[in-house]
Design a protein. Structure first.
Length: 61
């Protein structure tokens, strides 16, 4: 699990998630900015989303 966003900065949340899920949990290098960058990339590639997801992609918007 890779944690991103402001919630990932809550002290000890990564450890709790790891214990509860029995999976490795990592916090992104820059969790706040990576959400914004990823959202920008996703919006820039909406045509790809439509092509891959077909008609159901419209429900995501």
């Amino acid at each position: 699990i890779v944690m991103t966003g402001g919630g990932s900065l809550l002290d000890g949340l990564d450890i709790l998630l790891s214990k509860e899920t029995n999976l490795p949990v990592h916090i992104a290098e820059d969790p706040i900015s990576c959400v914004a960058v990823g959202t920008g990339k996703a919006l820039h590639e909406m045509h790809t989303l439509y092509r891959v997801r077909g008609k159901t992609a419209k429900r995501l918007i």
